[in-house]
Design a protein around this ligand. Structure first.
Ligand code: GDP
Ligand code: GDP
Length: 482
């Protein structure tokens, strides 16, 4: 489910975007010639994970210099891509001619629209939202992006209007209770277990002409595959659901992959933005590279984005039919390692979409990466690791202060995220964390997935690792929407 924020400048779209994505970094993409960046983010709401686009605004004035010139290409594309549009207005400033014009453009798009009357910072101001009914669009939800008022109402209204009901996405363990449950038992329970059951979400990304749509056709053309297109509100289906035996995969934004390959070079920039959104929505990112060309800077960036977003990565080295000989192929793989800094953890699979060679290997690598991405290491196992590695190689003292580490827990999966409890977290260096990550990989594999370690404070003397105990006090995550 994708929704977009549109509206004239200064109504508070950026502020609302930040509020909705809850402080997680947005993927910002600047598209030359357009008025402002278009940002993609992910909104976690109850059991749902929604994708959000901030268009930077339907800004007809800026584009053509006059009112009445029509919507910007930018926002039009975003509107075409989304399921529900949130039109943001400034309740304090009241409606302007530009708001009316934008509303009429949006009505033409045929998308469900929700009006967010922003800057209603207090109950007293709620009366101001009344003005918004003048647009003739309902519902009107009074919100305050700055103070977080009305945000849940807004999201409820968006969900109600979604043409396709969003699939509930189990969330990673976040509360103490959940963390405790999963850590304490060392078993796949609760949210994580449910996550196991949903299809593996796959994004195919890479430069135009690398062979993404050819690989897509091969994947969906696999014998035994049952294919359902997931309807979007655009004429193209958005995602493709693939069932092979008892496994299901969701290929995300297949419409985007096909569309891009039709238009070719001129929307290369835009394809990067789309790829970033695909990455946000995926569990496993398949980076498709043309073997004859090698990896470009753009590929390296996409790989970095996937890593940063915590997604598993598989590299598909495509068009291997054009490469003569095993030595040349080995050279290509070696060069890839140098060119893609973040890809050290990823498997690179040689394929040819043309001949179909390597497709089974690609599926296996995707399965492996997805499994490692969801991996949970039992507390008993982590205790052994702690004793062997952390205790025998503790972090060096910093500024003549001793750094005590207490124990290691796994806070969540997808990607595997560990918490190292220490007396002075600020004194645990990045290089020590990298050391631990490498040690975790050496022992448990974790191939294809990013691995994270965060360091948290715990006072007192180091204890033996606990099997059952409650994790040390830490602040409950604040409910960021209130
Ligand atoms: P955009 O151009 O639509 O993205 O608008 P911005 O998010 O940049 O906000 C424009 C201005 O409105 C900024 O000065 C914000 O601080 C302010 N603003 C945004 N949301 C609120 C709100 O809920 N209440 C108030 N009082 N001001 C807001
Ligand atoms: P996309 O833009 O990444 O979706 O790339 P396409 O799938 O449209 O492929 C771009 C071009 O590369 C097309 O002409 C394909 O026929 C060709 N192509 C794709 N895969 C292969 C392959 O494995 N071998 C060869 N020789 N050509 C390929």
């Amino acid at each position: 489910m994708i929704f977009a924020l549109v509206g004239r400048p200064n109504v508070g779209k950026s502020t609302l975007f930040n509020r909705l994505v809850g402080g997680r970094p947005a993927l910002v993409h600047d598209t030359p010639g357009l008025t402002r960046d278009r940002r993609y983010g992910e909104v976690e709401y109850g059991r749902f994970r929604l994708d959000l686009i901030d268009t930077g605004g339907l800004d007809p004035e800026a584009e053509k210099g006059v009112i009445g010139a029509g919507t910007s290409r930018h926002a039009r594309l975003a509107v075409a891509e989304c399921d529900v549009v949130v039109m943001v207005i400034d309740a304090v400033a009241g409606l302007t001619p530009l708001d009316h014009e934008i509303a009429s453009e949006l009505r033409k798009s045929g998308r469900p629209i929700v009006v967010a009357a922003n800057k209603v910072d207090s109950i007293r101001r709620e009366v101001l939202a009344g003005d918004a009914f003048g647009l003739g669009i309902e519902p009107v939800i009074p919100v305050s992006a700055i103070h977080g008022r009305g945000i849940d109402d807004l999201l409820d209204a968006v969900l109600e209007r979604a043409p396709v009901p969003p699939v509930p996405t189990p969330m990673p363990a976040e509360t103490d209770a959940e963390t405790e449950a999963t850590i304490g038992s060392g078993q796949e329970t609760g949210p994580e277990a449910a996550r196991e059951e949903r299809p593996v979400r796959i994004a195919l990304v890479g430069k135009p002409n690398a062979g993404k749509s050819s690989i897509l056709n091969r994947l969906v053309g696999t014998e035994r595959a049952l294919v359902h297109d997931e309807p979007g509100t655009t004429t193209d289906p958005v995602d493709t659901l693939l069932e092979i035996g008892d496994r299901t995969y969701l290929l995300v934004d297949t419409a985007g992959i096909r569309r891009r390959s039709r238009h070719g070079e001129d929307i290369e920039k835009l394809s990067v933005a789309l790829a970033r959104r695909q990455i946000e929505r995926a569990d496993v990112v398949v980076l498709v590279i043309d073997a004859a060309e090698g990896a470009s800077e753009q590929d390296a960036r996409l790989c970095g984005d996937a890593h940063e977003a915590g997604r598993a990565v598989v590299i598909a080295v495509n068009k291997s039919d054009l490469v003569r000989g095993a030595t040349a192929l080995r050279e290509i793989h070696k060069k890839l390692r140098d060119e893609l800094h973040f890809a050290g953890f990823a498997e690179a699979i040689t394929v040819s979409a043309l001949s179909g060679d390597g497709m089974d290997d690609l599926f296996s690598a995707i399965d492996r990466a997805a499994a490692e991405h969801r991996r949970r290491i039992s507390t008993a196992e982590l205790n052994r690791f702690f004793a062997d590695v952390c205790e025998t190689h503790p972090p060096p003292p910093q500024k003549s202060r001793a750094v005590h580490i207490h124990y290691l827990t796994q806070a969540r999966a997808a990607p595997p995220t560990f918490v190292l409890w220490a007396n002075h977290p600020e004194l645990v260096s990045d290089s020590y964390r990298r050391f631990l990550i490498n040690q975790l990989r050496a022992r448990y594999g974790l191939r294809g997935t990013p691995v994270r370690i965060t360091v948290r404070a715990r006072r007192g003397h180091p204890k033996k690792p606990q099997r059952q105990g409650r994790p040390p006090n830490r602040p409950r995550p604040r409910n960021r929407r209130r």
